[in-house]
Design a binder for this molecule. Structure first.
Ligand code: SF4
Length: 347
């Protein structure tokens, strides 16, 4: 059986369409890593290569985040018009499976790692079910090394997307991570991550740890960072701002090769942060310290972030997400010393 994993291109003329560098999606290379070698398979990233709709293929597997979903549906429709079987997955299809089903033979809802072999067997027998959903969340100790060798060799800013955890211990009201992964924070054994690090081509050793929160479990994070510090790596990842208070952690991150951290500040307005805290989260990722902390986030974020940038070079990112986020503090922030240490600011 011939399988094509397809990543749809970004909408024409959108920011991610026009910029020179692209990002792969980890999920396609993970599923390829879980595909038995007696199948023939390849990954096509439409941002970097044209799709041949007349290709010989038995199963087309399309994964899409929300901005890519409309194009994903067009691709699915084209292949189905030619009589090819199509399975659609990814976060958008997981939230709107009926919508995705209108364009596909099957929809993989949620994580697909442990149901992928069943989808393949059913596709081979011609008995694909309309929907697949894993009974349990993926056991990360069984993840394969992703087949990043199937990605195009040129065109990506980060070739090496590596995942060490899934989920987040927090439950920010505006975030889809916990809704998708549940309140459990799952961690890969550090020895498994180390095997993957050792498999990377050194020439492409800049890594993006795509974890939503790399430091959601302090003991796992410290073990991971200690392991990483034995390699000469440079990497970026994502994490919450309150980690800036943990000097040992920030120092470990720097020693382990952290070159930048994407941090969602969400707001510099105390009242906005307080309104979000009505959610059930026990620790507030947007607030410094413990849940009993009385330090207003709006006062502590900027100096703590500035302290952090003295150890970790750049690439912090700020989001203002509420309609009432006007230029309050924003203008002075943009001209503050902190902003000089930022690689990227999103409003
Ligand atoms: S800390 Fe970040 S990843 Fe975790 S729930 Fe909040 S916004 Fe989402």
């Amino acid at each position: 059986m011939k399988i094509s994993f397809i990543i749809p291109r970004w909408p024409k003329n959108s920011f991610w369409d026009v910029i020179a560098f692209k990002f792969p999606l980890l999920s396609s290379s993970l599923l390829a890593g879980l595909t038995p070698s007696h199948y023939q398979f390849r990954i096509i990233d439409e941002s970097l290569a044209e799709i041949d709709f007349d290709q010989e293929v038995d199963l087309v597997a399309i994964t899409a985040i929300t901005p890519l979903a409309p194009r994903g549906y067009e691709i699915a429709d084209e292949f189905r018009r030619r009589g090819k079987k199509v399975v659609v997955g990814g976060i958008h299809a997981s939230w709107l499976p009926e919508e995705a089903k209108a364009h596909s033979d099957s929809v993989a809802i949620g994580e697909a790692d442990e149901v992928w072999s069943e989808i393949l067997e059913d596709a081979e027998k011609g008995t694909m079910k309309p929907f697949y959903r894993q009974k349990e969340r993926t056991d990360l100790s069984r993840l394969p090394i992703p087949r990043r060798d199937l990605f195009p060799t040129r065109g990506y800013l980060f070739h090496n997307l590596v995942q060490t955890t899934r989920g987040c211990p927090y439950d920010c009201e505006f975030c889809s991570v916990t809704a998708l992964h549940g309140r459990s924070y799952r961690m890969r054994p550090v020895s498994e991550v180390e095997k993957e690090i050792q498999s990377l081509e050194r020439s492409k050793a800049y890594i993006f740890f795509v974890d939503d929160n790399l430091v959601g479990n302090l003991s796992h994070a410290k073990e991971l960072l200690t392991m990483l510090s034995h390699y000469r790596l440079r990497w970026v990842s994502q994490g919450p701002i309150h980690i800036a208070e943990d000097k040992e952690m920030v120092s470990l991150m720097a020693k382990a090769g952290c070159h930048g951290l994407f941090i969602g500040f969400e707001s510099l307005r105390e009242e906005n942060l307080t309104s979000w805290e009505s959610a059930s989260t026990e620790l507030k990722p947007t607030r410094m310290g413990s849940k009993d902390s009385t330090t207003p986030a709006s006062e502590s974020m900027v100096p703590l972030s500035l302290a952090m940038t003295t150890m970790i070079p750049r690439c912090l990112m700020i989001f203002w997400s509420l309609p009432n986020e006007t230029e309050w503090k924003g203008r002075s922030f943009l001209f503050s010393p902190l902003s000089l240490g930022l690689g990227s600011i999103n409003g």
